[in-house]
Design a binder for this molecule. Structure first.
Ligand SMILES: Nc1nc2c(c(=O)[nH]1)N[C@H]1C(S)=C(S)[C@@H](COP(=O)(O)OP(=O)(O)OC[C@H]3O[C@@H](n4cnc5c(=O)[nH]c(N)nc54)[C@H](O)[C@@H]3O)O[C@H]1N2
Ligand SMILES: Nc1nc2c(c(=O)[nH]1)N[C@H]1C(S)=C(S)[C@@H](COP(=O)(O)OP(=O)(O)OC[C@H]3O[C@@H](n4cnc5c(=O)[nH]c(N)nc54)[C@H](O)[C@@H]3O)O[C@H]1N2
Ligand code: SF4
Ligand SMILES: [Mo]
Length: 743
């Protein structure tokens, strides 16, 4: 057997590491970090080397499965689609398109098919019952960015490679490898800040590995980030530290913000945050005085009661200290596939959810209310569900209720690679492709990267004969639910989708191919003058060629094309982040809107929270471990072996008070449910706070996860209540009041 080496980007998390894969035909010999990768320079984490194990996992679903008498049995693709057609079409005919709900999970943003084709499917289905992992994650950031910068995807990232001060809240990149700030090797990059004489400050109710490696760690009471950030802004005004720098002429609403933060002096919020007011004042001064600085908040800041307020104030601070859009501050990436955006502004709540009246954001509804929409009878009730790369039973709130809701549906389809806690409810499971058998380019994370890079990887191994790629599965599903027939011509449909994209570009004065003939673009997409490119790769070629570094179909012969990307297996470095404002703002005013009315209107609620007194109970928060990936990699033996990880962390002080020894088990109860878990006593968590990781609870009947079932752990989302941050509809997953009782 010949041994070959190929290079590809790891699709598992946001860090986008380059991998060097040694293999003998379809057998992986070794995976290690690609030292020549232009962005990751050899960095890898323990998950990256397990891609072969996912590919080989005997539990991975490889053929469609149809549920018969409670068991999932293999079926052909034609049988699976025929069943979907015969069951879903009558539901749609009788109850309307929105009676079919769709849930999109996190791995979609890690694949080309999953980034581009669910939206095509959704359009063909025509439902308004759309949910995704975004509302258990970063939706507050989309809302604040949409309102401040005019587009929900204009998300500034900390320019950590040049920054001299980083204030990081609710993020633990030593375990997570970073989020909404794509940077392979966070540990190395954070260390480099310190080596240049800069400073890293971490605000977290736990002293994490990231906090341990930082210059300073600040304990904060869960859920209090917004108050702390408002207090920092208060000091910046109070002590005359405002300096907008180059953005001065392009910012509206400074006075309104000054008035809004006025009641939040550090002394006022000290009890609620647990942060000493003198320290808050010092941190505000340090931030304002630094040569360059960035404030960066993540999951712990977002999945909280005031997630949108906190998310907003993070960028207010970046603006007030003159750090937005300047090197070393908080900057906007400029991805190779980015398309011109029109300054249309951004709106929240264009419609509301039926049962709880929660706001639509970006065309979707909060997943926290998905079960309500299924369980509450009446016109508009969701009766069927399609999940695409999602495991909401473990990942979204009030799992027991959702489990009952999925069990009661008339019909369910899961596009997934495992028969797991969620897909066990599906009448039909349609397998997605193994990560090694699909092409990769990071549409989502190149747009959030701390350096502009482009990297394309072809599929390492082919799909087995007769197995469609995931984009074809999604198109066929779209054809089926839209009545075009489960045997529709997928290539023709895909040509149609591509044609619409091309048509709108040639008609857009901002596009580099404005006024060109669509035919020219179609005929240019032949590879080697022969096979027509299709699907996501054709779209990638188009987006890159019409993107900021593209060849514009001949306009710039030196520019990027998919062919060029293919010739650069270690990626193409497009340089450090560059300033993009005010030109690329999408607000109707053309300014940074520092004080959008929608956000100001929620300040009173935050103000009320200052006076809340603790009842002495515990607040539950989450955590991640480097060997995890949300709920779906616990079936990989090398990642789960060793010490039990699904434990309730509790402080020494609290353990003593409750008389708990290191191997004790406790009952944890919230308004939503009760779990029994082993404790882990530690000095690294704040007294009054307990922490449990998410993604566990693999003991549900009907799943087929043989490795995960041996160490099931418990599902922390049985404790989350379904309460949301009203500004974004994002779930509150951190700061949940719980009671802890020894068993
Ligand atoms: N309590 C608590 N809950 C949380 C969080 C938390 O911090 N605390 N974090 C939240 C966050 S940030 C997120 S993003 C969500 C994640 O929420 P989800 O996306 O719902 O959950 P995952 O565990 O990522 O599940 C991914 C699913 O996709 C499948 N899958 C993997 N790869 C592929 C593929 O290539 N194709 C297809 N079709 N399927 C695939 C897996 O088998 C699995 O079923 O969880 C959230 N839940
Ligand atoms: N190993 C691993 N990597 C992952 C994932 C995974 O599951 N495992 N999931 C991926 C996904 S989908 C995402 S979105 C990212 C998330 O990436 P991160 O945002 O870095 O997520 P975490 O590592 O959970 O870090 C969140 C931190 O917030 C703290 N925290 C909790 N509540 C509060 C609070 O109220 N205030 C403050 N200031 N801090 C608080 C927690 O103690 C924790 O240390 O990670 C990605 N990478
Ligand atoms: S850090 Fe993320 S991208 Fe890098 S190897 Fe690990 S899982 Fe893959
Ligand atoms: Mo996430």
């Amino acid at each position: 057997m010949t041994t070959s080496i190929d290079f590809r980007t790891c699709p598992l998390c946001e860090a986008t590491c380059g991998l060097e894969v040694t293999h003998q035909e379809e057998k992986i010999v070794r995976i290690r970090g690609d030292r020549d990768d232009v962005f990751s320079h050899g960095f890898i984490c323990p998950k990256g080397s397990t891609l072969g194990k996912i590919d080989e996992d005997p539990d991975r679903v490889r053929t469609p499965l149809i549920k018969q008498d409670g068991n999932h049995e293999p079926a052909t693709w034609d049988e699976a689609f025929a069943l979907i057609e015969s069951r879903l079409l009558p539901i749609i005919a009788e109850h309307g398109n929105s009676s079919v709900g769709v849930y999109l999970g996190n791995p979609n943003v890690h694949s080309m098919s999953g980034t581009l084709y669910p939206r095509v499917f959704l359009k063909m289905l025509g439902t308004k019952s759309i949910f995704s992992a975004a509302t258990v994650d970063q939706m507050p950031k989309h809302v604040s960015s949409g309102l401040m910068f005019g587009h929900p995807d204009l998300i500034p990232v900390p320019d950590i490679d040049r920054s001299s001060y980083l204030l990081m809240l609710g993020a633990n990149p030593y375990e997570s490898n970073g989020s909404l700030a794509t940077a392979p090797d966070w540990p190395g990059r954070l260390q480099a800040i310190r080596e240049r004489g800069g400073k890293v400050v971490v605000v977290d109710p736990r002293r994490t590995r990231t906090a341990d490696a930082a210059d300073e760690h600040v304990f904060i009471r869960p859920g209090a980030d917004a108050l702390f950030l408002f207090a920092l802004a208060n000091v910046v005004f109070d002590e005359g530290l405002v300096d907008l720098g180059d953005l001065e002429a392009h910012v509206a609403g400074v006075e309104e913000v000054a008035a809004a933060v006025e009641p939040f002096a550090p002394e006022e919020v000290a009890d609620a945050t647990g942060v000493d007011p003198g320290r808050t004042r010092r941190l505000a001064r340090e931030l304002a005085d630094a040569d360059s600085a960035a404030v960066y908040g993540r999951i712990g800041t977002h999945t909280a009661e005031f997630g949108t307020m906190a998310s907003w104030m993070v960028d207010v601070l970046n603006v007030l200290t003159g750090n937005l859009d300047r090197p070393g501050g908080a900057m906007f990436s400029h991805a190779a596939h980015e398309q011109p955006r029109s300054p249309r502004g951004f709106q929240v709540g264009r419609w509301q959810s039926r049962v709880k009246g929660l706001p639509e954001v970006r065309g979707e509804l909060p997943v926290s209310t998905m079960a309500d929409e299924m369980l509450e009878p009446g016109p508009g009730q969701i009766r069927a569900l399609v999940t695409i790369a999602g495991n909401p039973i473990l990942s979204t709130p009030s799992s027991d209720r959702l489990d009952a809701a999925l069990g009661g549906l008339d019909f369910m389809v899961s596009v997934d690679i495992y028969l797991n806690e969620t897909s066990r409810h599906a009448d039909v499971i349609l397998p997605g492709a193994s990560p090694l058998r699909r092409p990769h380019y990071d549409f989502a994370f190149n747009q959030l990267a701390v350096r502009n890079v482009a990297n394309y990887s072809p599929p390492l191994f082919p799909l087995p004969d007769g197995t469609p790629d995931e984009w074809q599965v999604l198109l066929r599903l779209g054809a089926t639910v839209s009545g075009q027939g489960s045997d529709a011509d997928l290539d023709a449909l895909d040509d149609g989708v591509f044609g619409i994209t091309v048509g709108s570009a040639v008609g857009n004065p901002q596009s580099s191919i404005y006024g060109r003939e669509p035919e020219e673009v179609f005929s240019a997409t032949t590879e080697d003058g022969e096979d027509l490119l299709r699907g996501p790769e054709r779209m990638l070629d188009f987006l890159v060629r019409t993107g900021p570094y593209g060849d514009g179909y001949g306009a710039d012969p030196e520019g990027l094309t998919l062919e060029r990307l293919k010739k650069a297996p270690h990626g193409i470095d497009l340089g450090p982040l560059h300033s993009r404002l005010p030109e690329d703002l999408c607000t109707p005013s053309g300014k940074v809107e520092l004080a959008p009315e929608y956000l100001l209107s929620d300040v009173a609620r935050l103000r009320e929270s200052v006076a809340r007194v603790s009842n002495g109970g515990f607040l539950l928060i989450g955590r991640r471990h480097i060997r995890s990936n949300n709920s779906w990699m616990h079936n990989i033996d090398v990642l789960v072996k060793g010490k039990e990880r699904c434990t309730l962390q509790i402080s020494d002080e609290d353990a003593q008070r409750l008389g708990l020894s290191g191997d004790a088990r406790v009952k944890v109860s919230s308004a939503a449910g009760t779990l029994t878990v082993p404790v882990e006593v530690t000095d690294s968590i704040m007294p009054g706070v307990v922490s449990l990781p998410h993604g566990w609870g693999h003991d549900l009947e009907g799943s087929a996860l043989s490795v995960a079932a041996q160490r099931p752990g418990v599902n922390t989302n049985r404790l989350s209540t379904g309460a949301v941050d009203p500004g974004s509809g994002n779930a509150i997953l951190n700061g949940i009041p719980v009671e802890v009782v020894p068993v």
